[in-house]
Design a binder for this molecule. Structure first.
Ligand code: 6PG
Length: 272
């Protein structure tokens, strides 16, 4: 019997999905307010969360700032930071433009730009960017944990809310099927090159599976029929014949919420 008990909501529109996501984020922010530590919100990329970010910009900036929310990128495409396909550029335009710089930890892609489109030669540059981002995150959020079995002290990255999307190839964050990040159990920030069907074809850096699995609340926003198999592949207890890489979300230790639309949520039973 699986212990995986996500909350599932099928929304009638992107407005409804964004409003539901906002409500979750604001609830978590108010619940987790702690003067000793910022509340960490990992932003996703792609097109689906844009409306949510715009709504947060219009209504919530004061509250988020008052509760010391630290915005980080859950994954990033290694493009110049002002490229319109960069996740940070999208998030900045929609939300972060009026957030003080000290409340944002962004990826600096410069070490990888020359080789980012080269699947074979680009990994070294991507790892440099990943290491730099990991260091920046740990510097802001230094925490460590002692392994009970070995006594080894390891850095941990505790994220309060991770926003995620799904891709039609089964990916989440930038953990693409068959990529380095999909096999990586050692890093907090990992690297990957996208599947042949996914764009833009540039190296990505991504929070690793272990960071996502340990987050306090993972919120997936997925819209479109092409994501329906991925949703079923994660929600169905018995592994389907073609399992998406995102199935690792079943190991999440915190809360998991799926906000779907009619296409991605077809045949899915909403939780009561
Ligand atoms: C990326 C994303 C990715 C995205 C999904 C959904 O860099 O591509 O972070 O994981 O969230 O592909 O994208 P859409 O919202 O555009 O469908």
């Amino acid at each position: 019997m699986s212990g995986f008990k996500p909350t599932v909501k099928v929304c009638g529109s992107i407005d409804e999905m964004s409003a539901a996501a906002r409500q979750i984020i604001l609830g978590e922010v108010q619940k987790r307010a702690n003067p000793g530590r910022p509340i960490v919100l990992a932003l996703s990329g792609g097109s689906t969360p844009k409306k949510l970010y715009e709504e947060m910009h219009t209504h919530d900036l004061g509250l988020l700032k008052g509760h010391s929310v630290l915005f980080i990128m859950g994954d990033e495409r290694l493009l110049p930071s002002d490229d319109e396909q960069s996740n940070f550029a999208m998030a900045t335009k929609a939300l972060l433009r009026d957030v003080p710089a000290e409340d944002v930890v962004a990826v600096n892609p410069s070490a990888a730009l020359e080789t980012s489109a080269d699947e074979k030669a680009g990994a070294n540059g991507a790892w440099k960017v990943a290491a730099d981002y990991e260091e920046k995150l740990l510097h802001r959020l230094s925490l460590s944990q002692t392994c009970e079995e070995t006594g080894v002290v390891r850095p941990v990255l505790m994220v309060d809310v991770v926003l995620l999307g799904f891709g039609s190839d089964g990916h989440t964050a930038s953990i693409f099927p068959g990529s380095i990040a999909a096999q990586d159990d050692d890093h907090l920030v990992s690297v990957s090159f996208p599947s042949p069907t996914m764009n833009p074809k540039v190296w990505r850096i991504t929070l690793s599976k272990s960071v996502i699995v340990n987050a306090k609340h993972v919120v997936v926003l997925a819209g479109g029929k092409d994501k329906n198999w991925v949703v079923h592949g994660v929600l169905d207890e018995h592994a389907p014949e073609r399992s998406p890489v995102s199935r690792f979300l079943r190991d999440c230790k915190g809360k998991v919420t799926f906000l779907l639309d009619a296409g991605s949520g077809e045949g899915v039973s909403p939780s009561s």
